[in-house]
Design a protein around this ligand. Structure first.
Ligand code: SF4
Ligand code: SF4
Length: 375
């Protein structure tokens, strides 16, 4: 059996749905695109994962000959409705940057171990342009919403690639948009108009970006009020432009078995609970599932406050009043915004009471602006 066949069969046996292979050449088109849109993407291109370096795989691994790329279908089980309103499916599926001790982190580990066992040197810490790699290997096509679509599955997929030092048999590319002609449902449905033209996303307007990249150590924790209003109840990620997509309807309508783990933990993700959760609750109930981008409790609390504000239900004013006493300025500031959004006499009283004893200038500014809205 050829090396290529052995690798592909092993990957399929591991649970990947598709496998493709391309030469480990550079990706000049990706480098040009990221460089041209530097202002929007500087948080990423200058980040620790160094995607501009990874786009030239041989600069990190001079012996690199091939890239093996895989599609993992993370929507093989259903997602509870109470979670999909708040959390993107890829995060619920626990497969995004999964640690090696979890099943979705163990799979790429096993793949690497197998490749080494059959005599390959395997690259480490090479950030590849995964969508472009997969399209060049013929296992996905693009959607106008910027997501990758795998034939027979849709866009609820996770892509992972492995760089090796062996020459293999290469696949034919499908670097093309696979959408029906004239469709722009994703662009119309995006609440923030983040998809400003087909295949072009302004990440800073994207709700997903605003839920998890707005952290102090990344791009700062401020979320523009205009974006807050449009975040709805999202606290980690956003799937709207994938949910409306005709290419995902078959998958979304499929009757899938329940993910018993998600069913069990779904109740932990109530907005009011997340808003005022203790460190222990965060460490034991939220973080073990949401081990992805959000590193600190306060960002979940901020996002829960925004979501409660957007729900506009005065029943949550007591929860927000508790959050107005949180030790974190960030939580108090966004609780104030939410109270202003809900409005009414009770919200106004809570804001006035807290204004008199607030010491943080940033929180006072939010309270002042909220008071202008409740009057
Ligand atoms: S993830 Fe949400 S906010 Fe981002 S582009 Fe899609 S619909 Fe718009
Ligand atoms: S909604 Fe339409 S245009 Fe957007 S990705 Fe899906 S098929 Fe393509």
């Amino acid at each position: 059996m050829s090396l290529t066949t052995q690798i592909k069969e092993f990957a399929l046996d591991l649970g990947y749905s598709k496998v493709g292979i391309i030469p480990a050449d550079s990706f000049p088109e990706y480098i040009a695109d990221l460089t041209n849109r530097h202002e929007m993407y500087s948080f990423y291109s200058k980040g620790m994962s160094r995607p501009l370096v990874g786009a030239e795989p041989r600069s990190l691994m001079p012996t690199a000959k091939s890239i093996i790329t895989t599609v993992y279908d993370y929507s093989q089980k259903s997602f509870p409705k109470e979670l999909t309103d708040k959390i993107g499916r890829v995060y619920q599926a626990r497969c995004y940057n999964a640690p090696p001790e979890r099943i979705n982190g163990a799979r790429p580990q096993l793949m690497r171990e197998f490749l080494r066992k059959i005599g390959c040197e395997v690259g480490d810490k090479i950030t590849l342009p995964e969508r472009l790699v997969a399209a060049k290997a013929g296992i996905i096509t693009y959607g106008r919403n910027n997501f990758a679509y795998a034939e027979g599955i849709g866009s609820f997929i996770y892509l992972a690639s492995f760089v090796v030092d062996k020459e293999l048999d290469y696949d034919s590319p499908t670097v093309e948009v696979g959408c029906p002609e004239g469709c722009s449902a994703c662009m119309k449905a995006c609440p923030t108009q983040a998809i400003y033209e087909p295949l072009k996303l302004n990440p800073r307007r994207c709700i997903a970006f605003n839920t998890f990249l707005t952290q102090d150590h990344m791009v700062g924790s401020h979320i523009e009020p205009e974006i807050r209003e449009k975040m709805g109840t999202k606290v980690h990620g956003c799937d709207i432009c994938q949910e409306v997509c005709p290419r995902n309807q078959a998958k979304l309508k499929e009757i899938l078995p329940a993910d018993e783990f998600l069913v069990k933990v779904a109740q932990d993700f109530s907005l009011s609970q997340m808003l005022t959760m203790t460190d222990e609750f965060y460490a034991t109930r939220i973080h073990p599932l949401m081990y992805n981008y959000i590193k600190e409790k306060k960002y979940f609390q901020r996002n829960a406050a925004i979501a409660l504000g957007n729900l506009g239900d005065p029943a949550f004013i007591p929860n927000l009043a508790v959050a107005m006493k949180d030790p974190e300025d960030l939580v108090r500031a966004y609780a104030a915004w939410a109270l202003g959004k809900i409005g009414g006499r009770s919200a106004k009283l809570v804001l006035e009471e807290n204004m008199s004893r607030e010491t943080s200038e940033s929180v006072k500014t939010e309270i002042r602006e909220a008071l202008l809205k409740v009057i």
